[in-house]
Design a protein around this ligand. Structure first.
Ligand code: NOJ
Ligand code: CA
Length: 530
């Protein structure tokens, strides 16, 4: 027997779209995106064919980490509008057939949150991991209040970890409380109340920030998993049509814990994000010293390898079984976009042909559908710079709607924009690509339509990789073959089956299939039916 109800059936066919609210569309001309701006562009999302939107945190916040420092979970940030504006957006999205997921920052608050302000003055408060010790244990931050000692941060120092307990309590270190102590129990109840609040207002679920971080010193994440299992049990009863997707990066652990799905990410799992990076990472956008500098698979030199990703995907799929999903993002607000030097927009149709025909929940980061590029050299805005080589701002620039001066993002003077627009005079835009049937935007749309029209290409049918070099060749279900060449030279492969010689091309460019095999020109791709 499954420990949970099966995931809501809508999730299996979902195509996700991530909206960074401050950068998507500014309706009131203050230079920062807002809910009304999103609502005004729902027709673009519906036309594109996405049906589930995840909005990065849009709650009251001092915005030192772009909203991942929440000071009130139950009120939206005024810069995006009012609670009513969010409700209007959710309702309009519903009418366009689009569900809205919010971002639940479960592991920490802002230091400005009233819970934290109270805790900083009250030694009997256990909502945070507080050490009344001198000297402070390593990693703790000194108290900003009248209370002695200090607190454990979860990410930046101004993001105090909510106390969900330690898996291995120790009376000699009293800040290591058991998971069922009063503070941790209050925080679990609070998570439930926050979810209930927004679900009751029509949202369809959450992407949960740093979902693996809750219980501290938790080998194998066993206690953190127990916490999410308990919450999923509640959700299954109270909101059975809602979903929880985790920012965990390890579906084999997070899905059995209770998430309906998890993302393959630039971090997480046995190789700390190796599988996703082995597809996309060009080493020139957001980059870390410890990341493997080997070329990724979607690299024009044709020197990458698909095998590591395929093995990790197969292993995760096996571990999560039927009820779970793995989401595969084009990029996200923390990681380089697909168009990141030296990879340019010409190389992206092949990447999308893969992403939109793989058995996954595809997730498109806003702007990737037109090939917006990772913009290097931007200032540190709201905590975007993590290290000198890791500036997340490059993946957070304003959406490029048209080729006007403000790119249709905002009418504010450019110096008031949340982040500068991509200064490239040839930057792509939605309006220009809408007029060009050969554009990336039309290709992405056509691939989404094909996926929806073809159950073989969806998240539930089998995949079999026939060639994991260049070109990539795999079967989907009984009747579909996908061929993708991310390299800048012609690549050939044998036919997996002689019957494929007579296959019909449903979409693609640069692919010939005949009795002698498959030949794919530079950056070519095709979906074939046989
Ligand atoms: C992960 C989020 O994606 C990132 O943007 C944020 O800075 C950290 N979690 C802290 O919440
Ligand atoms: Ca605005």
């Amino acid at each position: 027997m499954l420990p949970f109800r099966p995931a809501p059936s809508w999730l299996a066919d979902a195509v996700l779209y991530q909206i960074y609210p401050q950068s998507f569309a500014d309706a009131n001309g203050d230079g920062i995106g807002d809910f009304a701006g999103i609502a005004a562009h729902l027709d673009h999302l519906a036309w594109l064919g996405v049906d589930t939107v995840w909005i990065n945190p849009c709650f009251a916040s001092p915005m030192r980490d772009a909203g991942y420092d929440v000071s009130d979970y139950l009120t939206v940030a005024p810069r995006y509008g009012t609670d009513d504006d969010l409700a209007t957006l959710v309702e309009r999205a519903r009418r366009h057939g689009i569900r809205v997921l919010l971002d639940l920052v479960a592991g920490h608050t802002a230091v400005e949150h009233p819970w934290f302000r109270a805790a900083a003055d009250d030694p009997s408060d256990h909502r945070y991991v507080w050490a009344d010790a001198d000297p402070l244990p390593s990693g703790f931050v000194a108290s900003p209040g009248t209370r002695p000692g200090g607190y454990l941060p979860n990410y930046f120092d101004f993001q105090p970890a909510l106390n969900f307990g330690h898996a291995r309590p120790d009376p000699a270190e009293p800040w290591r409380q058991p998971v069922d102590a009063e503070g941790p129990r209050a925080n679990r109840r609070a998570l439930r109340a926050i979810m209930d609040h927004w679900l009751t207002r029509g949202v369809s679920g959450f992407r949960v920030d740093m979902a693996s971080s809750l219980v501290k010193d938790d080998p194998g994440k066993k206690e953190t998993a127990r916490l999410w299992t308990e919450l999923r049990g509640w959700l299954d009863e109270a909101h059975p049509d809602a979903v929880l997707l985790s920012e965990w990066g390890d579906p084999a652990v997070s899905v059995p814990a209770g998430f309906h799905g998890d993302f393959f990410l630039q971090f997480g799992g046995a190789t700390d994000g190796g599988p996703l990076r082995s597809l996309w990472n060009t080493g020139t956008g957001t980059d870390r010293d410890e990341w493997d500098p080997a070329p990724c698979y979607f690299d024009a030199t044709g020197k990458g390898s698909f095998a590591g990703f395929a093995a990790a995907y197969a292993e995760a799929t096996e571990a999560i079984g039927e009820p779970g999903h793995i989401a595969l993002p084009t990029s996200n607000h923390d990681f380089s976009r697909l168009a990141c030097a030296p990879r340019d927009a010409a190389q992206l149709p092949a990447a999308y042909a893969f992403q939109l025909t793989w058995p996954t929940l595809p997730a498109i980061h806003y702007g990737d559908e037109i090939g917006m590029r990772y913009v290097p050299g931007l200032p540190d805005v709201e905590g975007s710079v993590l290290t000198p080589r890791y500036n997340r701002a490059g993946s957070r620039t304003p959406m490029q709607w048209d080729d006007g001066p403000g790119a249709g993002f905002s009418t504010a003077p450019p110096e008031r924009f949340y982040l500068p627009l991509d200064p490239d005079p040839a930057r792509p835009s939605v309006a220009v690509q809408r007029r060009d049937p050969g554009s990336l935007l039309h290709t992405v749309r056509a691939l989404i339509r094909l996926r929806r029209a073809t159950p073989d290409l969806g998240s539930r049918s089998a995949v079999r990789v026939h060639n994991d070099g260049y070109p990539l060749v795999y079967s989907r279900g009984e009747h579909h073959l996908v061929v993708v060449n991310p390299s800048d030279r012609t690549a050939t492969a044998p036919l997996p089956d002689p019957a494929h010689a007579r296959a019909t091309r449903l979409i693609g460019e640069g692919v010939t299939v005949g009795p002698d095999g498959i030949s794919v020109g530079p950056f070519g791709y095709a979906v074939l039916r046989h």
